[in-house]
Design a protein around this ligand. Structure first.
Ligand code: NAP
Length: 273
């Protein structure tokens, strides 16, 4: 019986147990995926305890994605470049390996919703400079996007990301103008999410062929996506990123890359909504 878990604080609303237990049952594997609440003060001690109790895989969520890096023996390129870990696997000899599957999830979700997407089509504008933005920028660079502009309310944070990844930065107040000639617009801020402020943006200068993606998934149809759809842009909603980021973790633990099928999609949509 494989023991797996998501660790975070708070963690009880995490959708990861539903996703992984669905795949465990679908594939007939012997395994159990739990949600375990650990505070920052408990992380180091309890992380070790969980491994001692036979947990061989974990997902890591807020607020531990950065702190857990120090508890890993090995970090892959995604974890190092994004600067955060969301997936842990423990090998037979006890070595703890950390990686980050958010970039995979972001890109795989776009490809699933828009199979004809051409990432080399032109400039990408990314709104935000939090943890999610680092994953988005890493993913876009891996797909060969040649020009990326990051814009964020706190410009210094956008500047750090731009310098680290070698991309460009625009002032938040000039975000509408930055859309000129863009082929892709991504909202990686928390704006537009239920309970958060609205995302104020004017899509007038965004070329008609541009794709608009939102990684906020609550609501599924954000104001940004609605506004983009009303202007006949292709749109990509954010919930699939959550589903797709789980796939490489499951593959690492069970050796099978699972699919996001219609039944799982529906379960998650009703749970998230
Ligand atoms: P974060 O680190 O807290 O970053 C939040 C971002 O939103 C920052 O860039 C912040 O700007 C910006 N922001 C917040 N309030 C703002 C306001 N009033 N005006 C302008 N900008 C504002 O969060 P994160 O981890 O990057 O996540 C961002 C969003 O993505 C969240 O809604 C999260 O749920 C979602 N997400 C979705 C997935 C998925 O699987 N679909 C995965 C990861 C994250 P400042 O830097 O100026 O504060």
């Amino acid at each position: 019986m494989k023991k797996l878990a998501v660790i975070g604080h708070p963690v009880r609303h995490s959708l990861s147990p539903l996703i992984h237990n669905y795949w465990i049952a679908q594939h007939g594997f012997e395994g159990r995926y739990d949600a375990i609440d650990l505070t920052a003060a408990e992380l180091q001690q309890k992380f070790g305890d969980l491994i001692g109790h036979g947990y061989t895989g974990m997902n890591v969520t807020i607020p531990h994605k950065i702190a857990v890096m120090d508890l890993c023996d090995e970090l892959d390129d995604s974890a190092q470049k994004i600067g955060a870990v969301n997936t842990i696997s423990v090998s037979g000899d006890g070595r703890v390996k950390g990686r980050n599957t958010d970039a995979f999830g972001f890109i795989a979700n776009i490809k699933a919703q828009k199979p004809d997407v051409d990432f080399a089509a032109g400039k990408a504008v990314v709104l935000g400079a939090g943890g999610a933005t680092r994953a988005v920028v890493y993913g876009l660079l891996q797909e060969g996007v040649r020009e990326i502009i990051v814009t964020n309310r706190t410009k210094s944070k956008a500047g750090e990301i731009a310098e680290y990844f070698g991309v460009d930065v625009a002032d938040w107040d000039e975000r509408n103008d930055a859309l000129e000639n863009a082929a892709l617009l991504v909202n990686a801020t928390s704006l537009g999410m239920d309970g958060q402020h609205a995302l104020e943006i004017d899509l007038e200068k965004l070329p008609q062929h541009a794709l608009v993606a939102d990684i906020v998934y609550k609501p599924l149809m954000t104001d940004l996506l609605q506004k983009a759809q009303d202007r006949d842009h292709d749109i990509v909603s954010g919930l699939g990123m959550l589903l797709h980021q789980a796939r490489p973790a499951f593959e690492e633990w069970f050796g099978v890359m699972p699919d996001v099928d219609a039944e799982l999609q529906q379960k998650i949509e009703s749970e998230a909504g």
